[in-house]
Design a protein around this ligand. Sequence first.
Ligand code: ADP
Ligand code: MG
Length: 240
Amino acid sequence: MIKVENLSKTFGKNEVLKNISTSINTGEVVSIIGPSGSGKSTLLRCINLLEKPTKGRVLVYDQDITDPKTNINKVREQIGMVFQHFHLFPHMTVLDNLTYAPMKVKGESRQVAEKKARELLSRVGLTEKENAYPNNLSGGQKQRVAIARALAMEPKLMLFDEPTSALDPEMVKEVLNVMKDLAQSGMTMAIVTHEMGFAKEVADRVLFLDDGVLLEEGKPEEFFNSPRTSRAKDFLEKVL
Ligand code: ADP
Ligand code: MG
């Protein structure tokens, strides 16, 4: 579904991604882990062109999104993104947060959009919150709304950038459980996370980034039990 070819990204003189090549297959769950500042968010953001690669290509279904001829908005409709800090629309109810883009971007009728939104709210356990405003929700509830809102666009791929890092500990699990259900439903997912237990359990593949370099890539059991590089060993000793 996604092919990353020799991707480099430079901010000023700072090369934060160095010649990264990898791919994400349909139905696959890929966890991206690594130290702070290693380029995880930048890599994720290059996949939907929130950051423009300096070198290399990103292909989404064989379409080069760095090609100026590609309609990036059409590509982005297929890619949902969930951020650490939720980014909900604060002046809209939960239901309106979910129906806004499907109506505005996809031209869905309110009736269709609301029906789908209610199904999604039920899926993330927030049926009773449809008329609430984001400020009146807990962090875990906000993040579940953010996931439901992304799903309302019926994406083919979901990108998560540290979705539980801003949450109080008791709310981490409710969000991870929603993500686990999503993974089990066959959604293709790329997840930047510091939740190693989750990565171990749910990911099909782990990417380890260090200083902009894709140092290791493999099955979670191999990576967590026998990392090949000393950088990965050091990292895992600190976080496990
Ligand atoms: P991570 O998500 O792994 O913590 P990031 O991808 O956020 O890492 O950042 C990688 C490096 O790129 C860091 O050194 C960061 O300061 C730098 N960086 C990220 N975004 C920008 C930006 N918009 N402008 C300049 N430097 C940036
Ligand atoms: Mg980051």
